[in-house]
Design a protein around this ligand. Structure first.
Ligand code: ADP
Length: 294
């Protein structure tokens, strides 16, 4: 792949030089900029004229009830869907005109696991690095660096099938960063994990955000995670952005004391119930019944 020598790419905000968030957000530079973005499927408007921006180095939460238009928006940002109208700039590139440059600009961790269970941690990393054309020397250094950050370097020769759910998620996050993307998309990064593991995953994500200067764009149905981790939040409902701001701003605007209550006030939905996948429901039930048996 062209442009794969990511080692040469100028690094942003390296070593904790991330933008400071909150009051001076206005002065940060946009790494994602979306204006009037619209997507229609036949006569149905899934994303309706949305405008928002994500600052370089920011942790950005994109929240909304089921069917709100989150996936459709992410697919347009990541070159998988062509917008019906509006403008997108991803790291300075238009996904329609420069899909290759956009793809080099981001890493993505999907909700559904995409690791090869029959390969080791190191082999999964290697495979991804080769796919992205990261030169061998850079690749080896980078794999070591990232596996160390997510505390899997000692497990590098273990088969993925032998890892816990939390370890697999850490490996996927590390893999998503292998080609030095400027932006990392995380779709429900902690779904189905126990609370302690969810906390750990967030520690790693925040560390990567600080250390690598990587911009994080994530979705979650755990409002308390968004409240704790996100520097900035946009809520989409029925294809439109209904509010955006910091967690404190959202609470203030809705007269609530938690992001969860703000979300319910704004959308009428409780994400904990509505967004949970069937798998998550099964896990919750299993934990419930296991608890009762004790
Ligand atoms: P979310 O990710 O917030 O759950 P989506 O972006 O997946 O929501 O979907 C937004 C709306 O667009 C939903 O009503 C969904 O049914 C509809 N939609 C998504 N993809 C398609 C498609 N390929 N064809 C028709 N409708 C679609």
């Amino acid at each position: 792949m062209e442009g794969a020598g990511e080692g040469e790419k100028p690094r942003m905000n390296r070593e904790g030089q991330g933008i400071s968030h909150g009051e001076n957000r206005e002065t940060g530079s946009d790494i994602i900029s979306v204006s009037g973005l619209t997507k229609s499927f036949d006569n149905f408007i899934a994303v309706n004229n949305i405008t928002f921006s994500v600052k370089s180095g920011e942790i950005f939460a994109f929240l909304g009830p089921n069917g709100a238009g989150k996936s459709t928006t992410i697919k347009m940002l990541t070159t998988l869907l062509r917008p019906t109208g509006g403008m997108i700039s991803m790291n300075g590139y238009d996904p329609v005109l420069s899909p290759h440059s956009v793809r080099q600009s981001f890493g993505i961790v999907f909700q559904d696991p995409s690791l090869d269970e029959e390969l080791t941690c190191h082999e999964n990393m290697e495979y991804h690095g080769i796919l992205y054309g990261v030169p061998k020397h850079t690749r080896r250094l980078r794999i070591r660096e990232l596996l160390t950050i997510v505390e899997l370097w000692d497990r590098r020769d273990d088969f993925v099938k032998h890892l816990s759910g939390g370890m697999k998620r850490r490996l996927e996050i590390a893999r998503g960063l292998l080609h030095h993307p400027s932006i990392l998309f995380l779709d429900e990064p902690t779904l189905g994990l126990d609370p302690q593991t969810r906390n750990l995953i967030w520690n790693y994500i925040k560390e990567l955000n600080r250390f690598e200067g990587v911009t994080i764009f994530f979705t979650t149905h755990y409002m308390e995670e968004a409240e704790r981790a996100a520097h900035y939040i946009a809520i989409i409902d029925r294809g439109q952005i209904i509010i955006q701001g910091t967690s404190d701003e959202l609470k203030e605007k809705t007269g609530t004391t938690s992001l969860e209550d703000a979300f319910i006030a704004l959308t009428g939905h409780d994400l904990r119930v509505e967004e949970a996948s069937p798998l998550e429901h099964m896990r919750v039930h299993r934990r419930f019944f296991a608890g009762r048996r004790r």
